[in-house]
Design a protein around this ligand. Sequence first.
Ligand SMILES: NC(=O)c1ccc[n+]([C@@H]2O[C@H](COP(=O)([O-])OP(=O)(O)OC[C@H]3O[C@@H](n4cnc5c(N)ncnc54)[C@H](OP(=O)(O)O)[C@@H]3O)[C@@H](O)[C@H]2O)c1
Length: 321
Amino acid sequence: MKPGETVCVTGGSGFIGSWLVRLLLDRGYTVHATVQHLDDEAETKHLESLDGAQERLKLFQIDLLEPASLVAAIHGAAGVFHLASPCIVDLVHDPERQLIEPAVKGTLNVLRAAKENGVNRVVVTSSISAIIPSPKWPADVVKDESCWADLEYCKENGVWYPASKTMAEKAAWEFARENGLDVVVINPGTVMGPSIPPSINASMAMFRRLLEGCSEHYVNFFMGPVHVKDVALSHILVYENPAASGRHLCIESISHWSDFASKVAELYPEYKIPSFPKDTQPGLLRAQNPSKKLIELGMCFTPVEQIIKDSVDSLKSKGCI
Ligand SMILES: NC(=O)c1ccc[n+]([C@@H]2O[C@H](COP(=O)([O-])OP(=O)(O)OC[C@H]3O[C@@H](n4cnc5c(N)ncnc54)[C@H](OP(=O)(O)O)[C@@H]3O)[C@@H](O)[C@H]2O)c1
């Protein structure tokens, strides 16, 4: 677990994945990054132009449901960062096919390929969506890594993205236990900040909708913001630190969408930010510095003001706002 090694990043073309590939290359790693379409410049060009990419980046085309494609990407890697997973919140008409199958079977296929190829450690990117929605959690206790999303609630209410992340993370822990594979998990909050890929992902699209005046509350999808660079760095910290184990909440603060929106309104009065009720996430206890496990490993989280400024600058530079 040290710079100079070869590591594989699934979902390397994505919002978080691109930052992770960039930081790994900066630290001297050789990186196998996966994309879904090698012939699509929108997935490859931003990775190929990163510093160190010419010498130490190799791209692989994968299908999460096609084990042979994963073996090719993972072969020769000492570590794997598994980020690839569908991030669809709206327009879910076939949850099994669109979300659950690629999230759960995809994770198991990646872990199986890692085990068979002698990988030392796998960092799995789960989510706060495997922590919330959790309506039965005690109202006076701050949510932490011991809290799990309520799958029955998710299924009854058609909240399929959290269902997919929860099922995938549980499957990962079961596989790790049964097969003696070293797995650590990162559970990021709502990730925002500078976007390296040419198009924006689902969480940056949420932020753009807020700037456009959308009054959606994201009751089941928001627990607080986190900077994309911090999320990428957290993956590396838990990979490089042999003592890191279990789940790692990765979030600047536990806060409500209303708190975030009022901070955006204060910093950018020129946008028509709607006013929200105080508690847009009913029952969610607010907390500063909730990511204690990552802070103990050396993480220093970017304040919310900077997350907002970097996100606005990024959306402006892409002509998205
Ligand atoms: N953004 C957030 O707020 C947030 C919060 C918590 C957790 N996460 C998790 O972080 C990870 C990365 O998310 P992101 O925000 O970076 O989203 P993203 O930009 O949409 O990236 C998702 C990545 O997964 C790949 N992918 C999706 N379905 C795939 C499939 N069936 N086969 C192979 N690759 C597939 C995508 O490839 P293409 O580029 O080819 O489509 C892309 O590289 C995901 O596991 C997500 O659940 C995100």
